[in-house]
Design a protein around this ligand. Structure first.
Ligand SMILES: Nc1ncnc2c1ncn2[C@@H]1O[C@H](COP(=O)(O)OP(=O)(O)OP(=O)(O)O)[C@@H](O)[C@H]1O
Ligand SMILES: O=P(O)(O)OC[C@H]1O[C@H](OP(=O)(O)OP(=O)(O)O)[C@H](O)[C@@H]1O
Ligand SMILES: O=C(O)c1cccnc1
Length: 499
């Protein structure tokens, strides 16, 4: 089944109004000042990996591109904007500006990190270069898409890592997600990050994600007794049954499942699995495994659910739990322990008025870590002998200085953290052309391909970076000349006040 990234068509033909009002008021202001065509460069990045983890998995590019390619203000959008009143009872936007918006299409260049790539704080996941009005206008939608996708893909990668490569991870979160769109898009990101399937049927239909499921407690309650309920389910799905065994007493439930499984076998069918949804999952899974094995049912798989997340899965595995399938809902789709990724979108360069040169721009902050990075940025990833990421260097592609053989990278938040890059180390640049003048350069990877990339990328990371507790900080830094340039700019912009 084809898997279209269907964000734009999902709710309405246009998502042009999926923005904060200030993007539109700034757009009008730029247009009025004649600045709307001035070439600008923005970068999208986050400052800290989520969940106090050592990395994030970049996700959402296909959805972002779908939004950008379909960015049009429809007649209805324009009519709505025309209806907005300013506080003096006049129209907020005049007709000539709305006529300009009506004809607007997205013509910027976009360079981005491929979905599934592991990424770290401060490095751009996306660079948007083009007319100031357009590059600014898309900020909010790009952030809402990339922040959420990257957050959930990262959570899923952690769950997958905890479950181990041989286990199956299912995402069961729709009912407790942040609304219909939160549920749908979380499923996409969870699959990209490492889940194997979902209970979410619309996500299956839209994104081609395998759909899986068992049955609810209500199914058992609806029948006179548990065994009867299992038999009825097996009657409906003789080759696709997983029985939920904990409605009354889990181990009694396992015994009833075994009785029905043996009856099924008489008719040439095999029970697929049982699901445990409460109690001590380590103890119960071991006890259930013993009962199933003793009954000659070693292939019946044990599914566990109940507020699972990566730390609990790690603990259950350490306790020797015999769980084959981890069904993870709420904690995954809501990113329960960190419900937002703080990705930002910052202006970093603007053409000079004569169009010949660049003004590199900076947003200062009281905290050095929050001061933005000026330039037209690229990320160079240096690799170890086995292709494993060793260090990332952010550099300015518009600065003519040639990169030395063994550059020094400097932590943007702490200039005392400097690190030479191993001379001659292999590298690759992470930001690749995606759109040129608003047109797709080449087809994007499929969701399956991005998922496979995420798996390879996460497993290529050193375990010290992957661990959940106090992970090792992966080195990310500015190339020395960029660091020096940024420092000069910071000093220039920060006024010296008398003591
Ligand atoms: N062996 C274990 N070690 C650590 N945590 C466990 C273990 N077994 C289960 N848990 C987790 O403990 C939490 C509490 O589970 P428990 O079934 O006791 O309570 P509950 O969720 O309130 O039950 P119910 O779903 O029946 O209301 C759940 O998140 C569950 O996944
Ligand atoms: O715990 P989560 O990780 O969010 O996983 C999803 C949960 O949703 C279901 O419970 P619910 O009580 O809604 O329905 P049920 O009667 O089918 O168990 C399921 O049994 C899981 O416990
Ligand atoms: O199929 C299931 O078992 C399921 C689906 C969603 C939520 N909880 C369980």
């Amino acid at each position: 089944m084809p898997a279209p990234p269907a964000l734009s068509g999902l709710y309405r033909p246009s998502l042009a109004l999926l923005t904060d009002l200030y993007q539109l008021t700034m757009a009008y202001g730029y247009w009025k000042q004649g600045l709307h065509e001035r070439e600008a460069v923005f970068h999208l990045y986050f400052r800290r990996a989520p969940f106090e983890g050592g990395y994030a998995v970049a996700a959402g590019l296909a959805l972002a591109v779908d939004y950008l390619e379909n960015l049009r203000f429809t007649q209805e959008d324009i009519a709505y904007l025309a209806s907005l009143q300013g506080s003096k009872n006049g129209r907020l936007f005049p007709d000539d500006f709305l006529a300009y918006l009506r004809d607007l299409t997205f013509t910027c260049d976009v360079d981005a990190v491929a979905e599934g790539t592991v990424v770290f704080g401060n490095e751009p996941l996306m660079r948007v270069q083009g007319p100031l009005l357009q590059a600014q206008l898309v900020e909010t939608a790009l952030l809402t898409v990339i922040n959420f996708q990257t957050l959930i893909a990262t959570k899923a990668a952690r769950v997958r890592d905890a479950a181990g490569p041989d286990a199956t991870v299912l995402e069961f979160g729709l009912r407790r997600a942040q609304g219909p769109d939160g549920g749908l898009e979380a499923t996409r990101a969870a699959y990209l990050g490492g889940a194997d399937g979902t209970s979410n049927v619309l996500a299956g239909r839209l994104y081609g994600i395998p759909v899986r499921g068992t049955h609810a407690h209500s199914w058992v309650q609806a029948f006179g007794d548990e065994k009867q309920a299992f038999a009825a389910y097996a009657d409906a799905f003789p080759d696709d049954s997983t029985f939920l065994v904990d409605t009354y007493d889990t181990l009694d439930g396992v015994r009833h499942a075994i009785e029905v499984a043996l009856d099924m076998r008489q008719n040439g069918h095999e029970l697929g699995g049982i699901r445990l949804d409460s109690g001590d999952l380590a103890y119960l899974s071991k006890a259930a495994r013993e009962l199933l094995d003793a009954a000659g049912l070693p292939n019946v798989r044990i599914v566990a659910s109940n507020d699972l997340e990566e730390n609990l899965i790690t603990s259950l595995r350490q306790q020797g739990a015999r769980i084959d399938i981890w069904a993870v809902g709420t904690q995954l789709v809501t990113a329960y322990n960190q419900p937002a990724l703080g990705g930002v979108y910052k202006l970093a360069a603007l053409r000079t008025a004569d169009g010949q040169d660049w003004d590199f721009t900076l947003k200062l902050s009281e905290q050095q870590a929050k001061t933005s990075i000026p330039g037209i940025l690229q990320v160079r990833r240096y690799l170890g002998d086995h292709g494993q990421p060793r260090a990332d260097m952010i550099y300015n592609v518009a600065a003519p200085a040639s990169l030395p053989e063994a550059p020094i990278i400097i932590d943007p938040a702490d200039l005392t953290r400097r690190r030479p890059v191993h001379p001659g180390a292999p590298f690759r640049d992470l930001l690749a052309p995606v759109l040129r003048a608003g047109q797709l350069v080449q087809p994007l990877p499929t969701l399956e391909e991005s998922r496979e990339l995420a798996r390879q990328e996460v497993t290529s990371l050193d375990p010290s970076i992957r661990r959940f507790l106090n992970p090792h900080v992966y080195p990310v830094g500015l190339e020395q000349p960029l660091h020096e340039f940024r420092t000069q700019l910071m000093l220039k912009k920060r006024p010296v006040r008398p003591a």
